[in-house]
Design a protein around this ligand. Structure first.
Ligand SMILES: Nc1ncnc2c1ncn2[C@@H]1O[C@H](COP(=O)(O)OP(=O)(O)OP(=O)(O)O)[C@@H](O)[C@H]1O
Length: 339
């Protein structure tokens, strides 16, 4: 398949916010990420809060410059381009939808102005053609024409997210990254927005990167699921078999805690908090919470191992085996840890 965007060994390191202006503490938000997104596919990204999902999303659409590593958009190194070239490449090729449309939209601009802005900045067509495109975009996302001159504050949350989606599509990108696009919305409108995204993806042949805490939704939306832990991609698996087919203990634990799965697996408690991203553990970052960890895990970060299908790979020294009695092993390990 044709690769749209590719991350190679991408790292993002921030100065820690909590340590004050002169802190030497660093936050390892993204570490050694390799990922390819192909035309037309949907990649879901899951993981606990703070594991680097948003950072990965922002790196993919050129909003965040990686501290090290490369981002290639249609085969061209994004950060080797001049700023003007990069703006054009990112603006025309990618769109981003954020979590909260209330903060993502400028409240002083009308819907028409919000949707025209990217068309004006990238001088797309004549004035008349841009007006026509605004109408087209509104109908694409199911917004009534009567709202053209409304302000975001006059719209419902769902309508505002429709505007944000239309804006992301304004320049006809082939990659859209949606970072928790429904988590700020009422439960009643979430399904409508997800269905709209799926419908647009089909109609426009978009590639979609979908970041969410909601594992059920990620599974429903995605072709492939990426699991992240403490800034690292630890598993990549086809969405269909990710519950009972996952090999990384962390993916297993995450999915086992998801209520209402059609294919539930033995519940595996995630013991203890996620370690600090300022001082990640040596070796495998999940080892401090893993029931299978031993001294090898403390020493070495495992490389990716290919699983049974080419789309499935994981980073673990002691992956979960098929038919493994996970529940008993976890119980034994937790008993052993008790004082
Ligand atoms: N600008 C920044 N300065 C310092 N630390 C940051 C900055 N942006 C993100 N971080 C830290 O980087 C890590 C990864 O953050 P990120 O927002 O990518 O995680 P996330 O998985 O999207 O979390 P959530 O699900 O809560 O949105 C976190 O520890 C976060 O606190």
């Amino acid at each position: 398949m044709h690769s749209l965007v590719r991350l190679s060994d991408a790292h993002v390191v921030h100065r820690a916010r909590s340590g004050g202006l002169f802190t030497r503490d660093r936050v390892y938000a993204l570490t050694g990420a390799d990922l390819t997104v192909a035309a037309g596919e949907t990649v879901g990204v899951v993981g606990e809060s703070g594991c680097g999902k948003s950072t990965l999303a922002k790196v993919l659409v050129g909003v965040q410059r990686p501290t090290a590593g490369t981002v290639s958009l249609r085969g061209r190194d994004l950060w080797a381009m001049s700023p003007a070239e990069r703006r054009t490449a990112v603006g025309a090729g990618t769109g981003m939808i954020f979590q909260d449309p209330s903060t993502a939209l400028n409240h002083r601009l009308t819907i028409r102005q919000i949707l025209r802005d990217p068309l004006d900045v990238h001088t797309r067509g004549t004035r008349t053609q841009r007006e026509e495109r605004v109408r087209e975009l509104m109908s694409l996302v199911g917004l009534p024409r009567a709202l053209t001159d409304a302000l975001p504050g006059q719209l419902s949350g769902g309508q505002r997210q429709r505007v944000a989606i239309a804006r992301a599509l304004a320049l006809d990108p082939d990659l859209v990254v949606a970072d928790e696009p429904t988590s700020a919305l009422d439960v009643s409108v979430r399904a409508q927005i997800l269905n709209l995204l799926l419908d647009l993806k089909e109609r426009l042949g978009l590639a979609l990167v979908f970041v969410s805490h909601d594992i059920q939704t990620v599974r429903r939306m995605s072709d492939r699921v990426i699991t992240m832990y403490l800034g690292r991609i630890v598993e990549e698996a086809p969405a269909g078999g990710v519950t009972d087919g996952s090999r990384h203990p962390y993916t297993r634990a995450l999915f086992s805690a998801t209520p209402g799965l059609l294919d539930p697996i033995d519940p595996i408690p995630l013991v203890g908090p996620v370690p600090s991203a300022t001082r990640p553990p040596s070796g495998c970052p999940f080892r401090t919470r893993c029931w299978k960890a031993d001294e090898v895990c403390a020493r070495e970060m495992p490389d990716f191992t290919a699983a049974s299908s080419p789309e499935h790979r994981f980073r673990c020294h002691h992956p979960v085996e098929e038919g493994e009695a996970t529940r008993d092993l976890v119980r034994q390990s937790n008993l052993a840890k008790e004082p």
